[in-house]
Design a protein around this ligand. Structure first.
Ligand code: F6P
Length: 507
């Protein structure tokens, strides 16, 4: 058994057994101070863990686990640019994009490079603002799409209004077809965002954009492979660098955030980075037992391994955060969807939960039935905003009352004579509140999840920064492409052969 798995089992199993019949309502009832004792605030972000299914003793065990697993050393290693991604022989220095907390030359150099690139990006934002361009199309996928898309959508109240920003992602041509309809190529600039500049979807859509724009004058690129971007036809003066020490799903703070800067201006982009930097300083400096990302990660591991819960829901009660579950699916599931240790040994422990979710209150009228009365307990992060950016006070009061009601109902349940109307309750959740949804608070929230994901990977003994599991399908798709086009090709798999014949017969 891996050392991490053994450590987890020893720390969690006795408490999980002891608390098997303990109910959240009982924990809260026995200790009214729990509601405030199990809460933490970092700048504009408040989080309450009182409705998790652990007691003080289990929590002490979790903090002891955090110390045993060396979480603080692991954080220092991350910030200092140690080789935390051994399968790709790289550090993961996304923190250097927004804070200067790394003490080593490699971390400080990364921070200096990031600052230099941000200054270039700022001058490109100014140049575009002074041009006749009205629309921006961000072409990218995965980490080159989800982060910028989330932030641009979430911060619509902070948009400067200078540009309309669009996102083109899917290799499905209908995405390009519909996205470009109604846009004027003479007033549109495209940013091809690809760390590798080798991603099929982005290159195909980039080719459509290059042709549609009728030249490279308004074609920009963001890539760690500057040569490839230039070979594609992007003028070097319009290529912004990023680096192999930034993982795609951790990259919105880099030049990958060009679309964000165009939407909310450089001041807004800097505020986003400052919010993340506030969380960076907190995670690095706060003691283990008063550290928000540490408690968030310990809670995730408790729910996954102590209680054996296989999924996790993210439920923002703010329509502007509707894309957060999709963003976190990549961050969490691409980072933690691993079953071996960096040495290639079995992890021997259940790792990533299936992450899913959706915005409230809409979700209440679709899948919440299953959350309340389904056979599986789904731990959830509820996220709300205290101060809205609209004038509809009645709506906001209704939104917040629904948010509070749902977490209460899930935890406490409801006893009824009629079994159909009975709610088992005892379903754990964390409630997070942003004072307001601003670039700063959003930066802090996203950085909280980034740190939690890394800390979970340390607790599980897996690498959070590679994603080898996505490669096989890409290779097979490349091999099948000639056959799909009707060119002669050898296809080994009999099912795939039959499916190709079916497609060919219906064309
Ligand atoms: O296929 C997965 C992946 O590599 C993600 O990790 C990444 O965010 C995405 O593809 C896009 O990659 P790139 O930025 O290199 O185009």
């Amino acid at each position: 058994m891996s050392a991490a798995a053994r450590r987890l089992q020893q720390a969690l199993a006795p408490h999980a057994r002891r608390l098997a019949d303990t109910r959240i309502a009982g924990l809260v009832g026995a200790d009214p101070a729990r509601a405030t004792a199990l809460s933490l605030r970092v700048g504009p972000l408040y989080a309450n863990f009182a409705r998790q299914r652990f007691d003080d003793q289990a929590l002490a065990g979790l903090y002891a686990l955090a110390a045993d697993a060396g979480l603080q050393d692991a954080l220092r290693a991350l910030f200092d640019g140690a080789m935390v991604n051994p399968s790709e022989q790289r550090p993961a220095l996304h923190v250097a994009l927004r804070s200067a907390l790394g003490t080593t030359p490699v971390a400080q150099d990364a921070h200096a490079q990031a600052r230099g690139a941000r200054a270039r990006m700022a001058s490109m934002v100014d140049a575009l603002a002074a041009s006749a361009v009205t629309d921006i199309v961000n072409v990218g996928i995965g980490g080159s799409d989800l982060g910028p898309r989330l932030v641009v959508d979430a911060l619509k109240d902070a948009h400067s209004g200078r540009f309309r920003v669009h996102f083109l992602t899917n290799v499905d041509g209908s995405d390009a077809f519909h996205r470009l309809r109604g846009l004027d190529p003479a007033k549109t600039a495209a940013i091809l965002v690809s760390k590798s500049f080798g991603t099929q979807e982005t290159l195909l859509n980039g080719t459509i954009l290059r042709d549609w724009l009728g030249g490279g004058e308004r074609l920009y690129a963001v890539s760690a492979n500057v040569e490839k971007a230039q070979a594609f036809g992007v003028d070097p003066a319009r290529v912004l660098p990023m680096w192999d020490w930034v993982g795609g799903r951790y990259s919105l703070w880099s030049t990958v955030g060009f679309a964000i800067a165009l939407a909310i201006g450089m001041d807004g982009f800097d505020a986003l980075l400052e919010g993340a930097a506030e969380m960076d300083a907190h995670v690095l400096e706060a003691p283990l037992d008063a550290n928000l990302p540490v408690l968030h990660a310990l809670t995730a591991v408790w729910n996954r391994n102590g209680l054996g819960l296989p999924t996790h829901a993210v439920l923002p009660y703010d329509e502007r955060l509707a894309l957060l579950p999709a963003y976190l699916q990549q961050l969490v599931m691409e980072s933690l969807g691993k079953s071996v240790t960096p040495d290639g040994e079995p992890a021997d422990v259940d790792t990533v939960p299936v992450l899913w979710g959706g915005a409230g209150t809409n979700s209440q009228h679709s899948f919440f039935q299953a959350l309340h009365q389904g056979t599986q307990s789904v731990p959830a992060d509820f996220i709300g905003t205290v101060r809205p950016d609209h004038p509809y006070a009645e709506n906001h009061a209704a939104l917040l009352s629904n948010l509070l009601a749902q977490t209460e109902a899930l935890a406490n349940g409801h006893a009824a004579e009629d079994a159909q109307k009975r709610y088992p309750g005892n379903r754990p959740s964390t409630l997070m509140l942003l004072d307001a949804l601003t670039p700063h608070s959003l930066g802090a929230l996203i950085a909280l999840y980034e740190h939690s994901v890394y800390l979970q990977s340390v607790l599980w003994g897996i690498n959070a920064f590679d994603q080898w599991g996505v490669e096989l399908g890409k290779r097979i798709a490349g091999e099948l492409l000639p056959a799909v086009k009707g060119e002669p090709a050898r296809v080994e798999d009999p099912v795939t052969r039959a499916l190709l014949a079916e497609i060919a017969s219906r064309r």
